[in-house]
Design a protein around this ligand. Structure first.
Ligand code: CP
Length: 316
């Protein structure tokens, strides 16, 4: 297995099955620190730099919380407008990360341009963690999600995943790569204009993913073990910031999970949503046996702890 020490986490393409299980083991080791709310000093001599060029609640704060839980330091920015990358100078990624690498030992980056973290990794002498790049990928979120499913279901093999929402979404790309490492059947449900692109389907075919597409949640819900959701009403992820202007519309019932829909689901099925949500996942589902998005949120801290500890060489 490849070492995680010093490694960039840019994509789940090529991320191997045994690497998922190694990270899950580390998560299990570190989870009590987060659960008991007792920080440790594992990374006391290390600093995380967060470079967020797009809004975030969960990813930035979970990554920062993970570093604090492990006794490390954190600096960075959550709004590029307050940096030279977001003002008159429009400072390049190359020049920016040539600075940031002196301010810490690992850089967690979110960017509106697909490929920006990979570009940063070319120039930085410290590891880069992709925290979401445009419509590209969101590897730390999906590592969190796979860990959550593994903990909840006891396995990742032999499961039916139903994926609902905008398939241009970065989580959908990362989870599609992740599913290729396990014995998973995938059913995708999205509006036609948000469906898997022909180019991405060619990639999934080459990676032997067993998948098909249907039009309505009702056609897939009965067989689902895991219902994995994203909004279909959402911002443009290629923008640094997309303000809501006027009426943004409602989610059609095809792509909505409600208590009525979940009545047709297996008792054992679970619903994951990385959040934030619009009306595609009604709050009434929060009170059912199926909701696992709050466990997913907690695991977001645990997985980032595992990644930081591994990348910074404390968990070989
Ligand atoms: N799920 C997720 O990436 O959330 P944030 O945009 O709040 O980080």
């Amino acid at each position: 297995m490849r070492s995680f020490a010093g490694r960039d986490i840019l994509s789940l393409k090529g991320f191997e099955r045994n690497e998922y299980f190694r990270l899950f083991e580390i998560c299990d080791l570190l989870a009590p620190i987060a659960r008991n709310r007792k920080n440790t000093d594992l990374l006391k001599d290390k600093t995380l730099v967060t470079a967020f060029y797009q809004p975030s609640t969960r990813t930035r704060l979970a990554t920062e919380a993970a570093m604090h839980r492990l006794g490390g330091q954190v600096n960075g920015f959550a709004d590029a407008k307050m940096t030279r990358a977001g003002d008159f100078y429009q400072e390049s990624i190359k020049d920016t990360v040539h600075m940031l690498e002196f301010y810490g030992d690992v850089i967690a980056m979110r960017h509106f341009q697909q490929g920006a973290p990979a570009e940063a990794a070319k120039w930085a002498s410290v590891p880069i963690i992709n925290c979401g790049d445009g419509w590209g990928e969101h590897p730390t979120q999906v590592l969190t999600d796979m860990y959550t499913i593994w903990k909840q279901m006891g396995t990742l093999d032999g499961l039916n995943f139903v994926l609902i929402g905008d398939m241009r979404m970065r989580t959908m790309h990362s989870i599609s790569y992740a599913m290729t490492q396990f014995d998973i059947n995938a059913t995708y449900i999205s509006p036609p204009e948000m469906s898997l692109t022909p180019e991405f389907k060619v990639e999934l075919d080459a990676l032997n993913l067993n998948y098909h597409e249907v039009e309505h949640i009702d056609k897939a819900i009965g067989d689902a073990d895991v219902i994995y959701m994203e909004p279909v009403v959402q911002p443009d992820y290629t923008k640094a910031r997309d303000e809501r202007k006027g009426d943004v519309g409602l989610t059609p019932s095809n792509y909505q999970v409600t208590n009525k829909v979940m009545k047709k689901a297996k008792q054992s099925s679970i619903v994951l949503h990385s959040l934030p949500r619009m009306d595609e996942l009604l709050p009434e589902v929060d009170f059912t046996r199926h909701a696992r998005y709050w466990e997913e949120a907690f695991n977001g801290v645990v997985m980032r702890m595992a990644l930081l500890a591994s990348i910074l060489g404390k968990m070989e």
